[in-house]
Design a protein around this ligand. Structure first.
Ligand SMILES: Cc1cc2nc3c(=O)[nH]c(=O)nc-3n(C[C@H](O)[C@H](O)[C@H](O)COP(=O)(O)OP(=O)(O)OC[C@H]3O[C@@H](n4cnc5c(N)ncnc54)[C@H](O)[C@@H]3O)c2cc1C
Length: 453
């Protein structure tokens, strides 16, 4: 059987590895528009921070490794058309166009970082931050930049702004929402992060809309918002992600925003054509509704599901997604899952929430500092719908417990009495996740809040 896979990022990688593990004789053609396959944007912040030393370190596979596996690797080859009747794709390379037939086609064109067409958007030193090329130029620019403005305080904007500030560059972070990381955390947690960012010299401005960029001699010199003007020799625009699917319009079903319509097997509207990754939507585990959640973790699981189904092994379906994410803002760990204030109205039911501050360790362990937490749940059934933690301590893994609880439709009562370990090196007699559930239930039992230490 001949498999053609378009895109070598998280979805494409998992799809070809799964096909090979199931059928080592499969003929696989892997197409990638970029020069080198499988760059991991998730590691790009570490490159800005001088942790990863080379961009090459951030590839989880490359052209040579795919070729070593016997895969027909077609790099610098952009797929520009699809004929679902003849089961053929058209590919554009530096040498012209070619065609390739398929038995099964797996598409993961992913997304791109949009830049609004405000005046000055095309000036020099205005960048986006997605993929290897962006990571290279945004890093290179750090050596010259004195004043940077990052537009968009989502996790990509925050990653760039944090790295630029740490490098001693005067950095302003702007968002049209009132607080930092608006699609990840609520205002109570954002306040902690904004205060911390300020201590570290990152200047955050919420409730401001960018109107234009100013420039001189073709180079950016400033950003004008509806409130004020900022000097800038470097601007990074990080306002979200859009599906890169224009070329599929009218060929397979897309929704009104360009996301490829898929089912739980990753099948598209055309026979033998599958899709996954940032070009598709997932079922939100809290609301049950389809929604875009651009995460590598989703693309990876979708790649496995699509490949198994294409192989005729209908053994795994794509599960609903809580959208579990982690990042650091200077010394703080930020983790979220499920719904938050910004999308709570998408839940068909009565939503309630509780905000709690709690110590992570007993006092005698001399590891001061709290975890700031918020939990969302159904007011009537107490089914858990979402949570957010922010702390100077590494509380990242605890959010996975909430992700499981959301997917399992657990209630606050179950989380409050769950079987978690206690050991002073790691937690208090009641783990902070349980304390969050106790407080959300009204704190009517137990003694978590009465412990001397
Ligand atoms: C800075 C940054 C940090 C991130 N950090 C995290 C993180 O920590 N955790 C996490 O879970 N997610 C993270 N993400 C999101 C994650 O990177 C994406 O969700 C994931 O990469 C999506 O994978 P994908 O397979 O849909 O393809 P994409 O990564 O979008 O890549 C698509 C690939 O297909 C190629 N392609 C596109 N169209 C064509 C075509 N027509 N022909 C041939 N090739 C084509 C592209 O060149 C590209 O290589 C981050 C994203 C960014 C930008």
């Amino acid at each position: 059987m001949k498999f053609v896979v378009v895109g070598t990022s998280h979805f494409g990688y998992e799809a070809v590895q799964t096909i090979l593990k199931q059928d080592e004789t499969a003929e696989i053609h892997l197409y990638e528009a970029a020069e080198e396959a499988s760059f991991m944007s998730c590691g790009a912040q570490s490159y800005l921070e001088d942790i990863a030393q080379e961009l090459d370190e951030l590839h989880f596979a490359n052209n040579a490794s795919y070729a070593d596996q016997g895969i027909h690797m077609h790099a610098a080859s952009k797929v520009i058309d699809l004929d679902t009747e003849t089961k053929t794709i058209t590919v554009e390379t530096a040498d012209g166009t070619t065609q390739q037939s398929y038995d099964k086609l797996l598409l993961s064109p992913g997304g791109y970082a949009p830049v609004p067409k405000f005046e000055g958007h095309d000036l020099e030193h205005v960048y986006t931050f997605r993929g290897r090329e962006d990571a290279g130029v945004v890093k290179e620019r750090m050596a010259q930049s004195k004043k940077a403005v990052v537009i968009g305080a989502g996790y990509i904007g925050v990653e760039v702004a944090t790295a630029y500030t740490q490098a001693g560059i005067d950095t302003v972070l702007i968002d049209s929402f009132d607080h930092i990381l608006p699609t990840y955390v609520d205002i109570e947690l954002a306040e902690q992060l904004e205060a911390h960012a300020k201590e570290k010299n990152l200047d955050f401005h919420g409730n401001e809309k960018v109107q234009k960029l100013t420039g001189q001699d073709g180079k950016v010199t400033g950003v004008v918002t509806d409130k004020q003007e900022y000097e800038a020799d470097t601007v990074v625009v990080a306002i979200g992600v859009r599906p890169d699917t224009d070329w599929l319009d009218g060929i397979i079903d897309l929704d009104d925003k360009g996301y490829v319509e898929i089912n739980e097997n990753m099948e598209t509207s055309a026979p033998d054509v599958y899709a996954g990754g940032d070009a598709t939507k997932v079922v939100n585990a809290a609301t049950g509704k389809k929604t875009p959640i651009a995460l590598a973790t989703n693309a990876r699981r979708q790649g496995i599901v699509a490949a198994l189904h294409a192989l005729g092994k209908d053994t795994v379906k794509m599960l609903p997604v809580a959208g579990t994410s982690a990042l650091h803002v200077f010394d703080y760990t930020v983790v979220t899952t499920g719904i938050s204030n910004i999308n709570k109205d998408s839940y068909d039911g009565k939503v309630a929430s509780a905000y709690v501050e709690e110590k992570v360790y007993p006092d005698f362990m001399r590891k001061p500092g709290k975890v700031y937490m918020k939990i969302y749940f159904d007011e009537d059934t107490h089914v858990i719908l979402g949570a957010q933690f922010v702390s100077v301590h590494d509380v990242a893994d605890a959010i996975n417990a909430i992700s499981i609880a959301i997917n399992a439709k657990w209630t606050l009562e179950q989380l409050a009495m769950v079987d978690f370990y206690y050991q002073p090196n790691y937690d208090r007699p009641w783990h902070f996740v349980q304390v969050l559930a106790h407080q959300a239930l009204g704190n009517t039992f137990g003694g978590a809040d009465k412990i001397l230490f």
